[in-house]
Design a protein around this ligand. Structure first.
Ligand code: EPU
Length: 343
């Protein structure tokens, strides 16, 4: 089925909850109906020159102004097993599935791979676009392939995970395939053999509290850490980390580390010439934690998370973000950029 809503307020469809009028929201729960719609009535909405975009759970998007165009949103649900042997299982999840429901499904069955990514607010489609990551694991580590509809031909296509050009919060879907495909499902490969990743931050001590080193035990530990640091978007509008952690040349990071010995730094897999630094730490050390500017603020437990303190406009959030960027640049000589998609 395809449902069309015209001239709506997008706030309830995003975790930031900033108000903006959207000309048209098109929700689809079945790819065949979507293709049929885009061949006929909906053809004009995605024709060259028309404005359109895709929204998942709306957990990584900030609307700063009205959107004169079409927003496509999948409400397609379903998790199915595609392949199974004694080592692994490949599952297909529909694009509109809630990511954490997929993680729960895997952990309940004792399958390994998704547990560190527990409780990330995201849709399945966005897990691939954004290459969501947490606690030393990224979606790319388990994405086997991504199924999509090609906008130009309306044909179905498949791209292997290894061809998705995944990087830190990056993928082919943000670049070459941006506005060229609609993701319909993502297939994940989960292992039947124990493969815990416990080396990030406080994850190992949190797991040791219960001693349960199973996918479900690790899931509970991750949820406990996230609950202690990150605001619940159902209660306080936010989009998780607002900024990315910059990846910089090793010499630049070593010079910063010499000046600020407490600055957390991380190796970047496959890029020995670079190091990643923690933007949250920089913003925190500038005294922003718990501060407010207009109706936008910086979360009291995690400086990387900007929040809607109540009816903030998208412009107020952006004004705060810009002030923070300027100060980080002046103080540390580092340019930071948003992780959140700004519309
Ligand atoms: N830190 C501070 N003060 C703060 C925030 C962080 O000193 O206010 C320090 C921490 O103590 C730690 C370091 O900075 O030493 C990194 O902090 P944390 O482990 O909380 O991770 P992060 O870099 O702030 C990233 C992801 C998160 C993910 C966590 C855990 C990005 C942009 N964010 O945050 O992902 O949950 O690591 O893996 O990479 C998201 O993308 O929305 C998100 C929440």
């Amino acid at each position: 089925m395809v449902r069309i809503k015209e001239n709506i307020d997008i706030a309830p469809y995003t975790s930031f909850g900033t108000h903006a009028r959207v000309e048209r929201l098109v929700e689809w729960d079945n790819k065949h109906d979507l293709v049929e719609f885009l061949r006929s009535e909906g053809a004009a909405y995605i024709a060259p020159g028309s404005r359109w975009t895709i929204l998942g759970e709306g957990c990584n998007t900030l609307f700063t102004k009205d959107f004169a165009g079409t927003i496509l949103r999948s409400t397609a649900k379903g998790i199915e097993i595609l392949e199974e042997n004694e080592d692994y299982l490949i599952i297909r999840a529909s694009a509109g599935e809630v990511w954490d429901d997929v993680v729960a499904w895997c952990c309940e069955r004792g399958l390994w791979g998704a547990e560190n990514l527990s409780a990330i607010p995201s849709s399945v489609g966005a897990s691939a676009v954004q290459n969501i990551g947490a606690y030393g694991v990224e979606a790319k580590d388990i994405i086997d392939k991504v199924e999509y509809i090609d906008i130009a031909t309306l044909q179905e296509g498949v791209i292997k995970g290894s061809e998705c050009k995944f990087g830190y919060r990056e993928s082919i879907f943000k670049h070459e395939l941006s506005e060229r495909v609609i993701i319909t499902a993502v297939c994940y490969r989960l292992s039947k053999h124990a493969s815990p990743h416990l080396d990030y931050g406080t994850l190992r001590p949190e797991v040791e509290k219960s001693g349960d080193v199973s996918p479900m035990g690790i899931r509970r530990a991750v949820v406990a850490i996230r609950d202690s640091k990150l605001p619940d978007p159902k209660k306080i509008g936010n989009a998780g980390s607002f900024f990315k952690n910059p990846i910089l040349p090793r010499e630049q990071v070593e010079a910063l580390k010499a000046q600020y010995p407490a600055m957390p730094i991380y190796e970047v897999a496959g890029r020995p010439e670079c190091l990643k630094i923690a933007t949250g730490w920089m913003i925190d050390s500038l005294g922003w934690k718990g501060q407010q500017m207009g109706r936008a603020g910086v979360h009291k437990n995690q400086a990387l998370v900007l929040i809607n303190c109540g009816d903030a406009t998208g412009s107020e959030v952006m004004a705060l973000a810009e002030r923070i960027c300027e100060q980080v640049s002046e103080h540390f000589g580092v340019e930071i950029s948003p992780e959140v998609n700004i519309l």
